[in-house]
Design a binder for this molecule. Structure first.
Ligand code: SF4
Length: 241
């Protein structure tokens, strides 16, 4: 089966636990205003699932310390048939599978794909439908929450993150609201706040894509640390209760 891939990294260290083979699928349904990887939006190069499987298996000896494969993007959920086929074979070979997703599409195929994964690296971009409407291509908040419920029900581990963008979602009240959204999901093993930065801005100019956040500044790290401390205290309070 053919899938479309923007790029891959056979020695990725930032895409989940251990050393991983990360595949950046092309295509995304959201097109967030602050996307760092707009080069993944257009259709990438075609790859055959069988050839890609054979390539990945060659790297298996390097997948130490919990390493394996990560499906990233773009949005991997836009190509479920290809990834179900690939993931099924990787699973048979005992390879750990993580998927990095914004959780904005949920149908039977996406559910099947989630169930083949050992770990989901999930985004919670906004704590309201309005946030998704304003800064992404459409409101998927309901789908994201439905997905979180599904993953919790299936007990699939989740590492969650939110990108904090100045003037958009950077107040202590925002952190309280994010926490309120996720606090009942026991399968969320980690929740990390990541800083918005402007390093991807040059890509918008190169690709001739309008940059909706033109002129925005990167996140102030001292302010982010304070928000992280607030989130940590909320998470700990929940554990002590
Ligand atoms: S979901 Fe991810 S890849 Fe897609 S536009 Fe948003 S940040 Fe970019």
């Amino acid at each position: 089966m053919i899938g479309y891939i923007s790029s891959y990294n056979s020695f990725a260290t930032m895409e989940g636990p251990g050393i991983r083979f990360a595949i950046f699928m092309s295509g995304c349904n959201l097109r967030c205003a602050y996307c760092h990887n707009p080069e993944t939006w257009p259709q990438g190069k075609p790859y055959d699932s069988d050839e890609l499987y054979k390539l990945i298996v060659r790297y298996k000896p390097y997948f130490r310390n919990g390493g394996g494969v990560t499906f990233s993007g773009g949005e991997p959920l836009t190509q479920p048939d290809f990834l179900i086929e690939l993931a099924s074979r990787l699973k048979e070979s005992g390879i750990h599978i993580a998927m990095d997703t914004s959780c904005g599409i949920l149908g039977d195929k996406q559910k099947r794909l989630y169930e083949l994964c050992d770990l989901i690296l999930a985004d919670l971009k906004f704590h309201t439908p309005q946030g998704y409407n304003d800064y992404c291509k459409g409101d998927v908040f309901g789908t994201v929450i439905e997905t979180f419920r599904y993953l919790n029900e299936k007990n699939i581990p989740v590492w969650l993150r939110t990108v904090i963008v100045p003037e958009i979602n950077d107040t202590p009240e925002d952190i309280d609201k994010y926490y309120a959204v996720i606090k009942d999901f026991g399968n969320i093993e980690k929740y990390e706040l990541k800083p918005f930065h402007t390093m991807g801005f040059s890509k918008y100019a190169e690709l001739n894509i309008p940059n909706l956040l033109e002129g925005a500044e990167g996140m102030d790290m001292a302010k982010l640390d304070a928000l992280r401390a607030r989130l940590d205290s909320l998470m700990k309070r929940e554990i002590q209760v």
